[in-house]
Design a binder for this molecule. Structure first.
Ligand SMILES: Cc1cc2nc3c(=O)[nH]c(=O)nc-3n(C[C@H](O)[C@H](O)[C@H](O)COP(=O)(O)OP(=O)(O)OC[C@H]3O[C@@H](n4cnc5c(N)ncnc54)[C@H](O)[C@@H]3O)c2cc1C
Length: 421
């Protein structure tokens, strides 16, 4: 295959440098698909697609992540309830076959502190260090997601710490002889309560939600919320709706007393807050790139908006992006793929490699309607505008398999396969 190199202004030639912030669903997808395309291959999510170009484009991709591995975030409710499952959901980057063998791919365990879009330079602090260093790039993909509090998400930065964090929590839950109360009936609270009950069937598990219906923060129909409540009942979780927890008092180290808005009190060994307190991770970007909640403003081709210097070389994908629809891993992977395809188009154009008479063709993101797949212990529910609400054991299996969707995501991104040449 013909090989080309990217011309640069200093008169030398060198590979394109691509920096990806965040090595999860969106970041890994964009990094690996860009490498697929630059090696003249079909994008891994669509292996049957004819390659856009058979030209090889030299590229160096650096993924920076605060964690030392890919954490399957979707699996958190099971990871924090099952000693057996927890280790499966964290895979160190250095152990992932696709990353280990991808030519020109490097993973840095560290945090991006700031981005200078004008100079195309990032300040990075390596894990365990206090000093930052600078890394320049030709293209940037911001895929650093959202920050969620414990115990919605493990806070560890290494696999070793994560295993301890998860196992300590599981031990605590296991010994909760006066029961567990989960506060917050969004998707995370529902899944957590159900998994605790499923793994520790003798425990009394309550889910308390302040509104009259579950999933009240999401633009989802009532019949989906009702299906979720029914499934919770079937797995043995006691659902309390329309009550706020107004006070929590520690009676003993493992005994809490909760007061509800109707004045009633109840006791539990553990109270788990699943009230979504989400913040964006985007503080390293210039303020003009963000909306007031910190989400990155993008155009439909995943570019930052034109007011950002070099905006055609800056992309964002995944949860961090301001876009319609409920934040989902599927959407994150889709956006990661789009960012990669559109960067590749720019590279082909820069290098004069587009077929004669062809112009750059960008993949455009369309509005995403609200949809959700929900795991409720061994049961599940799903909703999409086309299919409506469905629920049952078969839905759980379809959406999550036997491992909370780990294998589905792992295989979809082909993380277990060597890159090959
Ligand atoms: C409990 C729970 C259950 C869920 N269940 C489902 C489900 O069933 N189905 C579904 O589709 N979605 C589900 N989601 C949502 C899904 O997990 C997210 O939509 C998805 O993780 C978004 O992927 P992402 O790649 O954009 O970001 P993330 O997965 O959040 O990854 C961002 C990465 O960036 C890194 N990072 C952050 N800041 C920096 C920085 N400054 N420098 C370097 N690295 C940084 C982080 O360490 C992380 O690895 C669930 C979420 C939670 C919390």
């Amino acid at each position: 295959m013909p090989s080309v190199v990217a011309p640069v202004t200093n008169g030398t030639t060198k590979p394109y440098k691509v920096l990806v912030v965040g090595g999860s669903y969106a970041g890994l997808t964009s990094a690996l698909i860009l490498l697929d395309l630059c090696h003249g291959r079909s994008p891994r999510l669509v292996p049957t697609e004819t390659p856009v170009s058979t030209q090889q484009i030299p590229v160096e991709v650096t993924i920076v992540d605060e964690r030392d591995g890919f954490f399957h975030l979707i699996g958190t409710p099971v990871a924090l309830a099952s000693e057996e499952a927890a280790p499966k959901f964290w895979k160190k980057f250095s152990d992932i076959p696709a990353l280990k063998t991808a030519p020109g791919l490097r993973c840095v365990h560290g945090s991006v502190e700031s981005i200078d879009c004008g100079r195309k330079a990032a300040k990075i602090v390596k894990h365990g260090s206090v000093k930052s260093y600078e890394e320049t790039y030709d293209f940037l993909v911001v895929a650093s997601g959202l920050r969620r509090v414990w115990p919605t998400v493990p806070q560890s930065r290494t696999e070793k710490e994560y295993l301890k964090e998860a196992l300590d929590h599981i031990k605590l839950v296991e010994s909760a002889d006066k029961g567990v109360v989960v506060v917050g009936g969004g998707a995370v609270g529902i899944e957590m309560a159900a998994e605790i009950k499923e793994h520790f069937p003798t425990l009394d598990v309550k889910l308390i939600h302040s509104r009259g219906r579950l999933l009240s923060a999401e633009d989802l129909p009532d019949d989906f919320a009702e299906a979720a409540a029914t499934l919770l009942g079937e797995v043995g979780v006691d659902v309390v709706l329309g009550q706020r927890v107004t006070k929590t008092r520690e009676l003993a180290p493992t005994l809490q007393e909760l007061t509800l808005s109707n004045g009633k009190t109840l006791q539990a060994s553990i109270v788990i807050s699943a009230i979504s307190r989400i913040t964006s991770t985007s503080s390293f970007l210039p303020g003009s790139a963000l909306d007031k909640e910190g989400y990155v403003k993008v155009s439909s081709n995943m570019n930052l908006l034109p007011e950002i210097p070099n905006h055609t070389h800056h992309y964002a994908a995944g949860d961090i992006v301001r876009w319609s629809g409920i934040k989902r891993a599927g959407a994150a992977m889709h956006m990661g793929q789009m960012a990669a395809r559109n960067i590749h188009q720019r590279m082909l154009n820069d290098l004069g490699l587009l077929r004669a008479g062809k112009e750059m063709k960008f993949t455009e993101l369309t509005p995403v309607p609200p949809m959700m797949g929900l795991s409720v212990g061994h049961l599940g529910a799903c909703y999409s505008p086309d299919e409506g609400t469905k629920s049952g054991e078969d839905i759980r299996k379809l959406f999550f398999g036997d491992d909370m969707g780990f294998s589905i995501c792992w295989n979809y991104m082909r993380l277990g396969e060597e890159f090959g040449l």
